[in-house]
Design a protein around this ligand. Structure first.
Ligand code: ATP
Ligand code: MG
Length: 292
C-alpha cells in the first residue's frame, strides 16, 4: 500500500521526503511529548528529522489490533483518510510499521480535543457553534462528494488546529464504534434512529450526528441523553427532542436543529442548505475560525 500522495493544496505540507522515494522508519523521527492515549496505542508529538516537520505519530500495537480483530478497520482508516484534503479534516500523511507496531503520521492539531474545550466551557456561544457547525458541514459535503460517510461524528473525534479551526479525525472506525456501543458501555447518544434500529443507512446519518453536535454545543449535553441505554434508545427512535429554557438559545438555532434531527433520513436538511440557513448566515464566521 503506498503512503499518502503529495498534497494538492493542503495548508500544511507533509514531511518533505516523499514515501515514493523511501520508507519511513521510527529513527526518522525525534519523538516528543505524549499527546494522548487511544484504545490501541499512544499518540506522540514528533519531528521528522530531515524536514523538521512536526507531526502527531500514532503508535498502534499489532498484537492488540489482531486480538480485537480491527486490522481491516485500521487499513480502511489509512486508505480513506490519506486521500482526503480539506482544511477541516485531519490529514493522514502516511504510515509505516515494524515487527510489533503500526505508525500513523498525522497532522498535529495544536489545540487538542474539542471534547475538552466543551467540557471547559460547558456550552458554546451561538457564534462559536454556528462557525463550528458550518465548517463541519463543509467538511462533510467534501467527504460525501467522495462517497465517504464518517458515521462517527462526535466531540471526541474532532480536534482543533492552531487557528481554532476544527479537524475531523478518526476515520474507518464506524463498525468498531458501532459494535463498541452495542457490546460495551459506550454511548448511543450520537446514533440516528436508522442506526440504532440497525436499518440501512446512507450519508444522511452524518446530518443527524451534526444536528446532535449542534444541540450539544449550545446546551452542553446531547439531546437524547438518559441514565439507561434503553431510554436513550427510545428517545432516539421517537425523536424525543426537547429544548430546555436554560441556557437561552435563539429560535433560529432550534429551527436548524429541528430540521436536522428528522427521523426520515431523506427529509433531513441537506448540508448545502444548512450553509444557507439564516441562523448560520447570521452567526457563522465564514473562515471557519473561532478564536477564543
Ligand atoms: P479511541 O478509539 O479510544 O478514541 P484512538 O486509537 O482513536 O482511540 P485517538 O483518539 O486518535 O486514538 O488518539 C488519542 C488521543 O491522542 C486523542 O484523544 C487526542 O487527545 C490525542 N491526539 C490524537 N491525534 C492527535 C493529533 N493529530 N494532534 C493532537 N492530538 C492528537
Ligand atoms: Mg479517538
Amino acid at each position: 500500500m503506498p503512503i499518502a500522495a503529495e498534497p494538492q493544496q493542503a495548508e500544511k505540507s507533509p514531511p518533505k521526503v516523499s514515501a515514493a522515494e523511501r520508507r519511513w522508519k521510527v529513527d526518522d523521527f525525534d519523538i516528543g511529548k505524549p499527546l494522548g492515549r487511544g484504545k490501541f496505542g499512544h499518540v506522540y508529538l514528533a519531528r521528522e528529522k530531515r524536514s523538521n516537520q512536526i507531526v502527531a505519530l500514532k503508535v498502534l500495537f499489532k498484537s492488540q489490533l489482531k486480538q480485537s480483530q480491527v486490522e481491516h478497520q485500521v487499513r480502511r482508516e489509512v486508505e480513506i483518510q490519506s486521500h482526503l484534503r480539506h482544511p477541516n479534516i485531519l490529514r493522514l500523511y502516511g504510515y509505516f510499521y515494524d515487527e510489533a507496531r503500526v505508525y500513523l503520521l498525522l497532522e498535529y492539531a495544536e489545540k487538542g480535543e474539542l471534547y475538552k474545550e466543551l467540557q471547559k466551557c460547558t456550552y458554546f456561544s451561538e457564534r462559536r457553534t454556528a462557525t463550528y457547525i458550518s465548517s463541519l458541514a463543509r467538511a462533510l459535503i467534501y467527504l460525501h462528494g467522495k462517497h465517504v460517510i464518517h458515521r462517527d461524528i462526535k466531540p471526541e473525534n474532532i480536534l482543533i488546529g492552531l487557528q481554532g479551526e476544527l479537524k475531523i479525525a478518526d476515520f474507518g472506525w464506524s463498525v468498531r464504534a458501532f459494535n463498541r456501543r452495542q457490546t460495551m458501555c459506550g454511548t448511543l447518544d450520537y446514533l440516528p434512529p436508522e442506526m440504532v434500529e440497525s436499518a440501512e443507512h446512507d450519508a444522511n446519518v452524518d446530518i443527524w450526528s451534526l444536528g446532535i453536535l449542534c444541540y450539544e454545543f449550545l446546551y452542553g449535553v446531547p439531546p437524547f441523553e438518559a441514565k439507561e441505554h434503553s431510554d436513550t434508545y427510545i428517545r432516539i427512535v421517537n425523536v424525543d427532542l426537547k429544548f430546555p429554557s436554560i441556557p437561552i438559545v435563539s429560535p433560529g438555532a432550534k429551527d436548524l436543529i429541528s430540521q436536522m434531527l428528522v427521523k426520515d433520513s431523506s427529509q433531513r436538511l441537506p448540508l448545502h442548505r444548512l450553509l444557507q440557513h439564516p441562523w448560520i448566515v447570521q452567526n457563522a464566521n465564514p473562515s471557519g475560525v473561532y478564536s477564543v
